[in-house]
Design a binder for this molecule. Structure first.
Ligand SMILES: Cc1cc2nc3c(=O)[nH]c(=O)nc-3n(C[C@H](O)[C@H](O)[C@H](O)COP(=O)(O)OP(=O)(O)OC[C@H]3O[C@@H](n4cnc5c(N)ncnc54)[C@H](O)[C@@H]3O)c2cc1C
Length: 311
């Protein structure tokens, strides 16, 4: 056996061993296309479904920092390569979907809980401050990572503290005062896997919360496309460079009918890009690059993507 064959043999033995140890919670060559809102992407070498903390730590210790790791939340802010992802994609399930009240105004939510469920839980417990989450189609983990927000509120406004584990399996608690939140950015290391969060609201009349949720959902539906294959806002507003919103820059710089394969710009909101059918990763990347170039040529502003690109 030459050196290359030996390497391939060792890898296949290692994957077999992982498979038999973590059996139904671990899949090899797992298709990621259906696991993200764009419906784009190839296969992950390893896809691990973590059902509780003990199992997650056991898995992390087993792979022993030898693999590239990507934590997948709801996949609503993620563009994934069509090439095979040479690493581990971790999805947090079961125990990471728990949600409970710690006190009158504090909720503990697992990082796999959807933003919508968190908003509903808050409503049912007469807690205000979580209404905006009814408009964001991600999870608590993805929301904290992105400092997701809308209508003037963001995760940073409700977070008290975060429980996380690093990729070596070490547990830590991070207080909000130690997090350097910015617009659509938490500054938190990609080395961290968020487990759960303590989130603070305030007592509010249940029917007033429901009215507010409905108002926000209607406002959002008027302004932005829903029920399409998109990852929401493609670019961040360049808040330090101009007062203009990114959609204004795009609409004055880009021929909006431009598409690459099935990757195109939404008719309803030009910062939302859409997979109209079978767009490839390269199509979406070409569209992103095209728009970035057009805006730069016209305005001198270099746009930064809000969506996370996984290659
Ligand atoms: C139709 C539509 C509307 C949208 N509207 C808004 C909006 O109004 N405001 C807004 O801010 N965003 C919006 N988004 C974008 C998106 O919903 C948010 O960014 C959301 O918070 C992403 O959450 P997710 O769980 O889907 O994250 P994913 O897309 O799965 O991941 C995003 C990032 O978070 C990381 N991550 C996820 N979970 C964890 C974890 N447990 N630990 C560590 N890292 C983790 C991932 O590794 C990745 O880096 C919209 C998207 C769509 C499709």
């Amino acid at each position: 056996m030459d050196e290359r064959d030996t390497k391939i043999f060792k890898m296949s033995e290692y994957l077999k061993e992982l498979s038999s140890e973590f059996n139904e919670n671990l899949k090899l060559n797992y298709d990621l296309k259906k696991k993200n809102w764009f419906n784009i992407g190839g296969k992950a070498k390893i896809y691990y479904k973590a059902k509780n903390l003990k199992e997650l730590i056991r898995f992390l210790k087993k792979i022993n920092n030898q693999e590239k790791i990507f934590i997948l939340g709801g996949g609503s802010n993620t563009l994934i390569t069509d090439n095979n992802y040479d690493g581990v994609v971790i999805k947090l399930l079961n125990n990471f979907n728990n949600i409970s009240l710690l006190s009158d105004d504090i909720i503990i939510a697992g990082s796999g809980v959807s933003d919508k469920s968190l908003s509903e839980f808050a409503t049912n417990n007469s807690l205000g401050g979580f209404e905006f989450l009814s408009c964001i189609p991600g999870t608590v983990g993805g929301g904290i990572k992105m400092n997701a927000g809308c209508f003037g509120r963001e995760f940073k406004d409700i977070l008290i503290s975060l429980q996380a584990v690093n990729k070596s399996g070490k547990l830590l608690t991070i207080s909000v005062k130690d997090i350097n939140f910015n617009y659509r950015d938490s500054g938190l290391s990609d080395e961290l896997i968020f487990l759960s969060a303590s989130l603070k609201g305030y007592k509010k009349d249940k029917s007033a919360i429901k009215t507010e949720v409905q108002r926000l959902v209607e406002k959002k539906e008027l302004a932005q496309p829903t029920r399409i294959k998109t990852s929401g806002s493609t670019f961040k507003n360049p808040i330090n460079q101009t007062d203009k919103k990114v959609w204004e820059l795009i609409s004055e710089s880009v021929p909006l009918e431009k598409s690459f394969g099935d990757a195109s710009i939404s008719d309803k909101h030009c910062n939302f890009f859409v997979n109209k059918g079978n767009a490839k990763f390269e199509d979406m990347k070409n569209l992103i690059n095209f728009v970035t170039e057009c805006v730069f040529k016209k305005t001198g502003i270099k746009l930064e993507t809000e969506i996370k690109i996984v290659e």
